[in-house]
Write a protein that binds this ligand. Structure first.
Ligand code: FAD
Length: 417
């Protein structure tokens, strides 16, 4: 693999950039593999990379129906953080944050990891109590967090109207190690590094069926023919329930669209990520200057990956109430991604009822930040057959046994997440 470096960049600049090759091969599917991963998003590609790197399993194909980076991994608002409430979730997401911190050196790829800080706003006394408890849990796990008063919030983000009548701000909850990562560079970086270790990345190839023999998976039917596999991983984001149906079982997952927006580029206005659950609005500024923001789910089930007009009204109203200065900006684009919404709002990384068929899905709003840890632990599960200790709580049996994860105090009510 060609190594990227300052020296290489200078050398290529002097000879007209003629020496750069493609970042990964355009592989055609072979007749069979040890492991087939369905879905060339962040989780599928990271799983392939860690299978090769950590477990020496390189006879692997990632099968993607479109192109690398066109799914949710390239549609999200790029926020990374580990400010969770339950001990298990803090450990999992902070492991991911630690992998983000070393990712660029590991992959030899500039993913623009930017730990600019993630700030949640507080609008009510009850919310402050909950966030204080969350902060205490994080500190007990050795994870950074700070509670801020209103004055400190205003100092950090002068654009916020802390006295606004609809969502007056009482304070904030800040994780300085949180931030953003250039989302499609994550897909490209993992694709390149997996390819360099021998993984076949097969694009423009849709999985249309899952073949089973005697209760175990035998391979996948695709638009480019049958591909045999000893083990298969489903990492298809908003389409997990469709793929599970092909394999003959049902999942406690609904599919919804989640939307995001970007404004025209402006000079630096907001230098961290700001979120507020009360109005469901979050915002950060991209390196190009556009303000990237999003809101809540559309309240109906759909596989359509497009925006809707009511959400424009809802998200912009919440945003402009909080930051009146945003009203001067033009919105350039709006888009959507199909999301797996699991019954308890938490992911599933687990073996399925079909032997040797594994699932990485149910990411709801938050699977981007989990990509390194999701790939790492899925690879461990596939290689060893046992869940990594960090994902023991993400099994499917929790839905059957009624031991769902109550991360936000709303229990097993999909619409409340
Ligand atoms: C608007 C929006 C904002 C978000 N913001 C954040 C955020 O700020 N922070 C955060 O942590 N998370 C965020 N998320 C969630 C995050 O993007 C997802 O949880 C995560 O990217 C999902 O995992 P993935 O990267 O593997 O998915 P994807 O990139 O969607 O990968 C799945 C792939 O499977 C492919 N596929 C599907 N069916 C088939 C098939 N039959 N055959 C072959 N291939 C198939 C798809 O084409 C797709 O490329 C956001 C999501 C959206 C939509």
């Amino acid at each position: 693999m060609l190594r990227y470096s300052g020296f290489r960049l200078a050398y290529e600049a002097l000879r007209g950039h003629r020496g750069w090759g493609p970042a990964w091969r355009k592989a055609a599917p072979k007749a069979s593999y040890d492991v087939v991963i369905v879905g060339g998003g962040g989780h599928g590609l990271a799983t392939a990379y860690y299978l090769a790197k950590n477990h020496g399993i390189t006879d692997v194909a990632v099968i993607e129906r479109g192109g690398i980076g066109l799914g949710n991994v390239g549609r999200n608002t790029t926020i990374i953080r580990s400010n969770y409430f339950s001990r298990e979730n803090i450990r999992f997401y902070d492991f991911s944050l630690k992998l983000w911190e070393g990712l660029e050196a590991d992959l030899n790829y500039n993913a623009m990891v930017s730990q600019r800080g993630a700030l949640n706003l507080v609008h009510a006394d009850g919310q402050r109590d909950l966030l204080a408890r969350r902060a205490n849990m994080m500190r007990l796990e050795g994870v950074d967090t700070e509670l801020l008063d209103k004055v400190a919030v205003k100092r950090l983000v002068p654009l916020i109207d802390t006295e606004n009548g609809r969502f007056p701000v009482l304070g904030g909850f800040l994780q300085r190690r949180g931030g953003t990562v250039r989302h499609d560079a994550v897909a490209w970086g993992y694709a390149r590094a997996a390819d360099a270790r021998g993984v076949d990345i097969v694009e423009q190839c849709e999985v249309t069926g899952i073949r089973r023999e005697g209760g175990a998976v035998a391979g996948v039917e695709t638009t480019r023919g049958f591909v045999g596999a000893r083990k298969v991983v489903l990492a298809v984001a908003g389409h997990s329930s469709r793929l599970a149906e092909m394999a003959g079982f049902r999942l406690p997952i609904e599919t919804h669209v989640l939307q995001a927006f970007v404004s025209e580029g402006v000079k630096p206005l907001i230098d961290l990520v700001v979120t507020y659950g009360a109005g469901h609005f979050y915002i950060s500024q991209s390196d190009k200057g556009g303000l990237v923001f999003g809101g809540a789910l559309d309240g109906y089930n759909t596989y359509a990956r497009r925006g809707s007009l009511p959400m424009v009204e809802d998200v912009l109203a919440a945003g402009v109430t909080l930051m009146p200065g945003l009203g001067r900006l033009r919105v350039l684009r709006q888009w959507g991604g199909a999301m797996d919404m699991s019954l308890d709002g938490n992911p599933i990384i687990a073996a399925t009822p079909v032997t040797n068929l594994y699932l990485n899905g149910g990411w709801c709003y938050g699977g981007f930040k989990a990509i390194p840890a999701g790939g790492f632990t899925t690879a461990y599960l596939v290689a060893t057959g046992a869940p990594h200790p960090l994902i023991a709580h993400f099994g499917l049996e929790r839905f059957r046994d009624g031991r769902v994860i109550d991360e936000r105090g709303v229990g097993p009510y999909a619409w409340a997440h």
